[in-house]
Ligand binder design. Structure first.
Ligand code: SF4
Length: 289
C-alpha cells in the first residue's frame, strides 16, 4: 500500500505558487493512499497543459501524452491490463476542447477509468486564452471584449453522455475533493471528477474567494445521486443561477456493465497475462513483404 510520503517525488514542481493544482494533487495522493493502492498498480495518463505535469509529480506509473489525448491513452492501458487502476487527467482546454470527441465516445463505453479535469476556465500553460468553460463576459487575451459563447457544461454532458459517476470538486476544499476522487477510483465504470482549480496567474475572475462565495455541497443539500433527473437539474444550476450558485459533490452515480466486462477474451484474465507463445503471425508478415 502506498503512503502519501511514498507518492511524493523529488522533481521540482513548476506550477505557480498558490495554483489550485497543488490542492488537487494533495487530494489525489490522499485518495490513492486511503484506497490502499500499490504504486506499481496505478497509472496516470495526462494530456498537455499545466495539468499535464501531474504524472511527473506523483510516485506511480505515468504517461504524459499529447494535447487532448489522455482518455484514448488511458483506455488503451486499461484494455491491455484490466488489473491496473487507471486515471486520466487533463485541463478544460485539453479535455473539453481538442479532446472533446474522445470524452464523448469514451464516456458512453463506460471503461473502468477515472477522469480528473483541472477546470481553471482558461488555457493556463499558453498564458491565458479563453477555453470552453470560460464564463460569458470573461476578458482574456483572445477575448478582449469578453467571451460571447455559451460555456461548455461538462457535468450535464457527462450525465447525458453515459458516464456512471459524475462529480465536481473544488481545489480549495481538499478533504471534500479527496473523498470525491476516492469514490471515483473505487467506482466500477467511467468516472468524471471536474475540479474548480483556480489559476492564480491568469484568471482574475474565477479566484478562490469567487468560488468560496458560490460553491455549496450537494450532500448537505440532501441530493440523491441515483436520481438522474435531479442530477441534471443540479448540473444546470450554474447557468440558471447566473453562476451565483455552483453545486459541488456527487451529482450522479449508476451501476452499469463496463466495456471490458463485456469482452469475453478479458473475462478470465487481463490481456497482458495471455500466453502468446504459440501464436504464429508469420503469415501477416509475409503479406506485408
Ligand atoms: Fe496554475 Fe495558472 Fe500557473 Fe498554470 S499558469 S501553474 S494553471 S496558476
Amino acid at each position: 500500500m502506498a503512503t502519501v510520503e511514498e507518492l511524493n517525488v523529488k522533481e521540482k514542481m513548476q506550477w505557480c505558487p498558490g495554483c489550485g493544482n497543488f490542492g488537487l494533487l494533495t487530494a489525489l495522493k490522499g485518495a490513492i493512499a486511503e484506497l490502499g493502492l500499490k504504486r506499481h498498480e496505478v497509472v496516470i495518463a495526462s494530456g498537455i497543459g499545466c495539468s499535464g505535469k501531474t504524472p511527473h509529480y506523483l510516485g506511480t506509473y505515468g504517461f504524459e501524452s499529447l494535447h487532448g489525448r489522455p482518455l484514448p491513452v488511458a483506455s488503451g492501458i486499461k484494455l491491455a491490463n484490466t488489473g491496473l487502476t487507471v486515471i486520466a487527467e487533463g485541463g478544460d482546454g485539453d479535455g473539453y476542447g481538442i479532446g472533446a470527441q474522445h470524452f464523448v465516445h469514451i464516456m458512453r463505453r463506460n471503461y473502468d477509468l477515472t477522469y480528473i479535469v483541472h477546470d481553471n476556465q482558461l488555457y493556463g500553460l499558453t498564458t491565458g486564452q479563453a477555453s470552453p468553460t470560460s464564463l460569458p463576459g470573461m476578458k482574456t487575451k483572445t477575448t478582449p471584449w469578453g467571451v460571447i459563447e455559451t460555456p461548455f457544461n461538462p457535468i450535464a454532458y457527462a450525465i447525458n453522455g453515459g458516464a456512471t459517476y459524475v462529480a465536481r470538486g473544488f481545489a480549495g476544499d481538499i478533504p471534500h475533493l479527496k473523498d470525491l476522487i476516492r469514490g471515483a477510483i473505487a467506482h466500477k465504470g467511467f468516472a468524471l471528477v471536474d475540479v474548480f482549480q483556480p489559476c492564480v496567474t491568469f484568471n482574475y475572475l474565477n479566484t478562490y474567494p469567487w468560488f468560496q462565495e458560490r460553491v455549496y455541497k450537494l450532500e448537505a443539500a440532501g441530493h440523491d445521486p441515483r436520481d438522474r433527473d435531479k442530477a441534471m437539474e443540479k448540473a444546470l444550476e450554474d447557468s440558471r443561477s447566473g453562476y451565483k450558485k455552483l453545486p459541488i459533490g456527487l451529482f450522479y452515480e449508476e451501476d452499469r456493465l463496463t466495456y471490458e466486462d463485456q469482452l469475453p477474451q478479458l473475462k478470465d484474465k487481463p490481456l497482458v497475462r495471455h500466453d502468446i507463445s504459440d501464436i504464429d503471425i508469420s503469415a501477416a508478415y509475409e503479406e506485408l513483404e
